[in-house]
Design a protein around this ligand. Sequence first.
Ligand SMILES: *[C@@H]1O[C@H](CO)[C@@H](O)[C@H](O)[C@H]1NC(C)=O
Length: 584
Amino acid sequence: MLDLEYFWNRLLLTLGVLLVLKPSGCVRTSDSRPNFLLLMADDLGIGDVGCYGNNTIRTPNIDRLAEDGVKLTQHISAAPVCTPSRAAFLTGRYPIRSGMVSSNGNQVLQWTGVSGGIPTNEMTFAKILKNKGYATGLIGKWHLGLNCDSAGDHCHHPLNHGFDHFYGMPFSLMGDCIQWEISEKRAGLEHRLNLCVQIVAFAALTLTVAKLIHLISIAWMPVIWSTAAAVLLFLTSYFVGVLIVHADCFLMRHHTITEQPMHFQRTTPLLLKEVSLFVQRNKHKPFLLFVSFLHVHTPLITTKNFCGKSLHGMYGDNIEEMDWMVGQILDTLDKEGLTQSTLVYFTSDHGGSLESQLGNNQYGGWNGIYKGGKGMGGWEGGIRVPGIFRWPGVLPAGRVIDEPTSLMDVYPTVVQLGGGQVPRDRVIDGQDLLPLLQGTTQHSSHEFLLHYCEDILHAARWHQRERGTVWKVHYMSPVFHPEGAGACYGKAVCPCSGEKVALHDPPLLYDLSRDPSEAHPLTPDMEPSFTQVLERVEQAVREHRRTLSPAPMQLDSGNVWKPWLQPCCGLFPLCWCDQEDDWQ
Ligand SMILES: *[C@@H]1O[C@H](CO)[C@@H](O)[C@H](O)[C@H]1NC(C)=O
């Protein structure tokens, strides 16, 4: 029955596509499956984009996607930070299922040289489409692990997870990647070490000279020891100052490091060139290209052309550059005649970071009317992100959908359109979006969405369709600092557990359909169905928990830096190389 329905849908879709692709266009006719171009920004807030209501940041290219496609206004990431959210995106499953969450406060992978990462037995949509004949590429950020046991086993590498082409950062942009953003703590440490090196080196030198000119008569041992101490301290300070700081800021093509450390002024042109070459190379077969931007994560690497151009400081400059990149990529599709045959998707991995500040400069994102931001699993600002789909002729242009959807929905949608089958041997939490996007159904298939912070359920959402209400129940939430602030200033992100997290008993209840900013918790007096709503959500949470099976937690013990796993393209610790000299 199901298969028949599936077949019928595919037939209709194929007919639709054939109608759209007029024979005169020299677009492929033998294979009606679309290409997929998935664009994911890093840490971009929903309030940072023109078509989501921002009137001072210029994002004409993203806005153009929305004009020509479908815009989702309640598009929710499965986690409020990078690693788990991206794991969920690629696997279509809550990250707790794959073990891509932490329980110890290390919410994301902290280094490249850790053993944790996306487990080999996970089935990404890239794996499925690759088996179905798609060329599959990932360009940009990964942040889902690299090695398991030895440097170079690359068990978590994108090429081991269904991508047949990879160019980008296995890790993530971090503040440390550029000198001026090195945290004060680290800078202070470096300073003290340098001072020690100097004192000890001076002592060794004095001793040596004094001994040589027979000013003092001591044995050679103290001289040798103090020299050895100076060398050791020097090496340590080198590690702290140079190696450790830049160790994770490198680019790779397939299995080879191409530059370490990275030269950031050329990273953007290099990534764009790679996208364009990938599209040209694969324009005759169906392809799936995941462009995972390094923008707009701190330290906000912006090329000179965009510096100082926006109304919102360094952060605004970086967004406007990313939007320009989106435009360049869409132009590439156009030039190759692939616009009609390509489903384009744009999103962000989670909400903007409110805690990121650099002096008076805006340094992190803006989540519009939504409360909270990156790192907050429960509040909308942490998880409600832009979501735009464009596929000319197949999806209506300019449509806006307010139904709850998830980034995990991309999984079944892409798999089925690509002619693959969603795995049946595991729970997949994403739902096929095509009927909703096309307008053949009015409602999202998600009745409930669960909102985790690490491995802890902070909140849950219930779309009570017959009433047209979206309820949100909060079981716990971080205590903001300073009091009355909207974030945990002074920390990188809010904690998910511990004494800085408030438990709500009874849980907080909001009606998101009337109060999207989560400003007014409801009470039993105000809301007669208060108790029933809580009970219904509680029941759904219980049912969800029954579907969980334990998985090794990749971000706990797997998140400890192991020097032997650290990729290095030189003689350790001198990790220097550059294969992009001819980049222009
Ligand atoms: C537009 O985005 C900038 C940058 O994040 C932000 O400072 C500003 O408040 C936003 N404006 C609106 C109207 O949302």
